[in-house]
Design a protein around this ligand. Sequence first.
Ligand code: SF4
Ligand code: SF4
Length: 335
Amino acid sequence: MIRKTVSFTRRAANVFFHLLTHCNLRCRHCYINPDQHGENTLDIDTINHWLALFADRHPASNLILLGGEPTLHPDLAQAVKSARGLGYASVTIDTNGYLFHNILDRVTPDELDFFSFSLDGPRPEINDPLRGAGCFDACTKGIAAAKARGFAISLIYTVSRANIDHLHHMPALVQQMGVDRFFIQVIGVRGQWTEDAEHRETLAQVDRETWLEVVPRVAEEAARRGIPTIFPKVFLGPDETFECAGMVADNYFIFPNGRVYRCPLCEDYPLHSFEIVDNRLVDTPRINETDLFPLTIPEGCVMNRIIQPRNLPDAHDGPPPYKIACCMLKEEITP
Ligand code: SF4
Ligand code: SF4
């Protein structure tokens, strides 16, 4: 097995394109914030224009099509075909598994690199209280149907205090389902999470000791079973180098109201770097997120310091014993 930190690079941009914010589910930790991201669904002409905009700016980018639930978009298949024609290096659809509009009949495994499914528990009793009644069955049936058609499958498990104790059951399940790539994600402190005061504690991020004890071990077990596994680094040792992806990589998070962010932690605020106006990408007036990226603080990520300081070490004299990594810094374990 090979374990490595995936360094940031400007060689390949990543374009995360939210085609709509509407969804059939109401996950407790949903990161969509309609007040900030709008409630409209982009028409296919606009989608094609915006895809072309980023294909021109960064040829051979990786494209991730998202919502809301992107398969609710009636022209999702057309968006995939357009992206292929524009030369995107890879195209992924992130779905909750309901696979609306017969999407499996309307795209082919040649056109799509991955269907990426989200499941937050190894059983309905764990997953469904977080994502919705019946969701576990719908998602696992969706995975089986996509697999039967020859699509490559990735699966995302978002870790919080509510489900960390069940993560160790996932390697056997992803192997049994024939998943090709396993992502462990850390719960985001944004969107619906900030609204759900009643469940905020149970849905909170796990503490550093628990994260470091559980997550790498489960990732190794999944890799041992033959599945490449990726998880966020989250914590850096005092000697590890901190880098802000906003400074050293090209990631774009596009929302249907035209906002374009470089940092997902900023998405709850009007801090976006760009806006798409008349199908052109224009800089937003300052102050915006790009003013935050160069701020160097001993604790690592400055946005983390602002929105979730509870994961920082207790204040004491001298340098902190650990830093918070950029939320986009990943570890990868390959079999
Ligand atoms: S997290 Fe995804 S699947 Fe869940 S409600 Fe939000 S958009 Fe829908
Ligand atoms: S998460 Fe932190 S380190 Fe990463 S891009 Fe945002 S501000 Fe920079």
